[in-house]
Design a protein around this ligand. Structure first.
Ligand code: THU
Length: 130
């Protein structure tokens, strides 16, 4: 199991806030994740004049994960430039795809398992139930 350096992840997430494109909300978000083989993935929010097309930092972080060849997330930190930023509901589902219920997520200064942040997740087993 990869050791989780939360301070390092927090620093990476903070650095990512500086690369956010958020001219509409001016809310700069950064996300940093650790993979089970020790890689770091990062993302920043990218807004759009058509507000609903905005890409959250976590979504872009998952894009970085795919770009690096994929893998499983074991820990994620999300922050805004001015303080905490707990992942939105949609991003919790996006994170579940690549980390599952045990993924540790720190959105408010305290790492919590995703199962706590998103109880009753829609996972691949649910497809089989249909
Ligand atoms: N945002 C994220 O990047 N991640 C979240 O989990 C919550 C919200 C962004 C979207 C938008 O650019 C800004 O924060 C304000 O909602």
């Amino acid at each position: 199991m990869t050791e989780i350096d939360w301070e390092h992840l927090r620093a990476e997430a903070h650095a990512a806030t500086e690369r956010a494109y958020a001219p509409y909300s001016n809310f700069h978000v950064g996300a940093a994740g650790l993979t089970d083989d020790g890689r770091i993935v990062v993302g920043s929010n990218v807004e759009n004049v058509s507000y609903g097309l905005t890409l959250c930092a976590e979504c872009n972080m998952v894009g970085d994960l795919a770009r690096q060849g994929g893998g499983r997330l074991v820990a994620v930190v999300t922050v805004s430039a001015g303080g905490p930023c707990t992942p939105c509901g949609r991003c919790r589902q996006v994170l579940a795809e690549f980390g599952g219920p045990e993924l540790l997520v720190d959105g408010d200064g305290t790492p919590r398992p995703l199962s706590e942040l998103l109880p009753g997740v829609f996972d691949p087993d649910r497809l089989a139930e249909g």
